[in-house]
Design a binder for this molecule. Structure first.
Ligand code: HEM
Length: 455
């Protein structure tokens, strides 16, 4: 006997088929309208599917915490399979995937990050040595190029960065270009972008096979994700075997897709905020001055761990501009949610469920004056991100929270502490708007002026 009769969420009707589809892919106005009309939970019919939006921490706990046999990723993220390749991540069942994510965890643990950090710093120094005394640059494309270099070095492998960079970049570019909004629903649609994606994915597999064979034969041990995957073994109940070359290639591509555009978007937004908010630039400069006075010039792993001002600026840039604007799951077993006001709904088996970091971060009962850039909101006693689990969800959370969280902070703080110590900046164009064209959202292009100087 259920004292509170529970029911299906309200249906947000009247959105035509195609309109519903477009709105689902660029969902913010839809979420605002739906939330104003129905509150935290509502369902949007899109084609033959029901997409139920869960908005805010009161209704997303189960979404983030439940096991994959109840709330699953595979059905909604399967569009990645032709890009990542066979035998990895969303092409395998949850048991194998969990093993593969254990390899990610191994590759991204603190002792490895400590080895990657000097490599990231090295790439950063080299990259900006090509800038002049003063000049104008488009910041987001510069950050995109730099993050491609650091990712190649630390993730894809030393050989790729040093010898095969141009070729691999071309192939990865084709994989990127093959991931269109339409690919999300129809990943195998026979269009030119998909054909090119499949061709380049094959070439990448062949190229990696050679790199892996050569590295195995030489017996060399490198500092990169590739090495961790070469050394990894499935547990004994999976026969204890090593990864195949094809699996290694697939997991490296998956890591790159998880980490690259997300990081370059965040490095860019962090920069645009530092440059345009003088009070924050001043505080960040002061923080670097103090660190240098106490610990000297070198930007080490330990130092970047302890840059609270830069950390807060980056966290706030990410709150306002999370690169992943929708997180999705598929409901395998019906469940109930209860809203803040105490209303209970049943979310039926077969629904796609979605929550939006961007929208959640804009709710005024969670974040005071949510549209304001205010990095101090994370300081005690305010700690607005800590009030309730799943309030700050730029990195997701719970069972499938981002495994690259620390990597991302270390990388971006390394880049920006180097820039703050060596350059001054001003905006040339106006502060950028988000560019909602792709699946990972970054800023539109915007130019900055730089001038070299030493702190
Ligand atoms: C998962 C965001 C950087 C690896 C996620 C999720 C989000 C996210 C929102 C959860 C997706 C979901 O629940 O469906 C970000 C942001 C980044 C970033 C904002 C940068 C600022 C990275 C980096 C790596 C990485 C650099 C690796 C090198 C992963 C992996 C998962 C993941 C492996 C899947 C975890 C799982 O499903 O259990 N990330 N990410 N991420 N991220 Fe990141």
């Amino acid at each position: 006997f259920n004292a509170l009769p529970s029911k299906r969420p309200p249906i947000f009707e009247g959105i035509p088929f195609i309109g519903g589809l477009l709105k689902f892919l660029a969902p913010l106005p839809l979420l605002q309208q739906g939330y104003a009309k129905f509150g935290e939970v509502f369902t949007v019919p899109v084609l033959h599917k029901r997409i139920t939006f869960l908005n805010g921490p009161y209704v997303t706990s189960h979404f983030f915490k439940a096991t994959d046999d109840i709330i699953s990723q595979k059905e909604v993220y399967g569009f990645n399979v032709p890009t990542f390749g066979p035998g990895v991540v969303y092409d395998v069942d949850i048991k194998v995937r969990t093993e593969q994510f254990r390899f990610f965890a191994e590759a991204l643990k603190a002792s490895k990050l400590k080895e990657y950090q000097p490599l990231i710093l090295g790439e950063t120094k080299d990259f900006f040595s090509a800038w002049g005394e003063t000049g104008i640059e488009e910041l987001s494309s510069q950050m995109g190029s730099l993050v491609t270099l650091t990712a190649s070095r630390t993730l894809l492998g030393r050989e790729i960065r040093e010898v095969l960079f141009a070729e691999v970049s071309r192939l990865l570019h084709d994989l990127d270009a093959g991931m269109l909004p339409v690919s999300f629903l129809f990943p195998y649609l026979p269009i030119q972008a998909h054909r090119q994606r499949d061709k380049s994915r094959k070439e990448l597999g062949a190229l990696y096979k050679k790199v892996i064979e050569a590295r195995r034969a030489s017996g060399a041990k490198e500092t990169d994700l590739l090495q961790t995957f070469i050394d990894a073994r499935y547990k004994n109940n999976f026969d204890g075997r090593a990864l195949t070359d094809e699996e290694i290639t697939g997991l490296l591509i998956a890591a790159l897709f998880a980490g690259q555009h997300t990081s370059s978007s965040t490095a860019s937004w962090t920069g645009y905020y530092l440059i345009s908010r003088k009070e924050w630039w001043q505080q960040a400069v002061e923080e670097q001055r103090q660190i240098m006075a106490e610990h000297g010039e070198e930007i080490t792993y330990e130092r970047v761990q302890n840059m609270p001002v830069l950390h807060r600026v980056m966290q706030e840039a990410l709150r306002l501009h999370p690169p992943l604007i929708l997180i999705l799951r598929y409901v395998r077993e019906s469940f109930e949610v209860t809203t803040k006001a105490g209303k209970t709904y049943v979310i039926p088996k077969g629904d796609v469920v979605a929550t939006s970091p961007t929208f959640t971060h804009s709710l005024p009962d969670l974040f005071k004056e949510p549209a304001d850039f205010d990095p101090d909101r994370y300081l005690p006693p305010r700690e607005e991100d800590q009030k309730r689990p799943f309030t700050y969800i730029a990195f997701g959370g719970g069972r499938h929270g981002c495994m690259g969280y620390n990597f991302a902070f270390i990388q971006i703080k390394t880049i920006w502490s180097y820039l703050i110590r060596n350059f001054e900046f001003e905006m040339v164009d106006s502060f950028p708007e988000p560019d909602y064209e792709g699946l990972v959202i970054g800023p539109k292009q915007s130019h900055i002026r730089y001038r070299r100087r030493k702190l």
